[in-house]
Design a protein around this ligand. Structure first.
Ligand SMILES: [Fe+2]
Length: 210
């Protein structure tokens, strides 16, 4: 059975810099009938466990450590035994949600996960946060972009640990160079493609206000 991509949408709040915002998050499950990987388990454990069904969970990968992408990661790890992977530059953000629980393993640029017969390559794409990462699955024609690239432009860079110039550099050098047909599965909201976003890069820069 070929690998497939499933989305679970969960609801909760994003909290940073003393603010709190209601958000829906896309939790991605990638794998086949035997095994899978979960990206960004936020807000609600049960719908994610339902999505796994009886499959082996190989890894819990967090594209970054904002609370809405990680806040059921520890529960999911306890329930399944799967290790949590986070880029080490996310440690200051991680500690805001988990002061007493460190991640199990460190994501690194170029690292490859294998699941269900396909490869997922880690791209370190800082800007939305220092250790933000995307996962590229060329055999699936898919990019999992976390909060780095959305349908409509770059992720937010207005709060702590973010930087607009850095996210533009990451998107330009690592994401817009991917095949234009690559489907971008985002951390919030609808999918897009590299080809749909690429023509708008200069406008994002021109319209940005610090
Ligand atoms: Fe985020």
């Amino acid at each position: 059975m070929a690998a497939r991509i499933e989305k679970v949408v969960t609801s909760g709040t994003f909290e940073l810099d003393g603010g709190s915002w209601g958000v829906e998050n896309n939790v991605w499950i990638i794998g086949d009938d035997e095994e899978c990987i979960v990206l960004d388990p936020g807000h609600e454990l049960m719908p994610i466990l339902d999505g796994l069904a009886e499959r082996a969970l190989l890894a819990i990968v967090c594209t970054h450590a904002h609370n809405d992408h990680i806040d059921v990661a520890a529960e999911l790890s306890r329930a399944t035994g799967a290790p949590i992977w986070v880029h080490p530059a996310e440690q200051p953000l991680w500690e805001m949600t988990y002061p007493d629980r460190v991640p199990d393993a460190e994501l690194a640029h170029g690292q490859v996960f294998e699941v269900g017969g396909v490869e997922l390559t880690v791209l370190h794409t800082p800007g939305h946060s220092p250790g933000a990462c995307c996962l590229h699955a060329p055999e699936l024609g898919a990019l999992f972009s976390g909060d780095t690239l959305f349908n409509g432009g770059p992720g937010a860079t207005g709060r702590s640990f973010s930087d607009f110039g850095t996210i533009i550099d990451s998107i330009t050098s690592q994401l817009l160079v991917l095949p234009e047909g690559t489907v971008v599965h985002t951390g919030h909201g609808d999918d897009t493609t590299i080809g749909a976003e690429k023509p708008h890069r200069q406008r994002w820069v021109d319209e940005h206000e610090d």
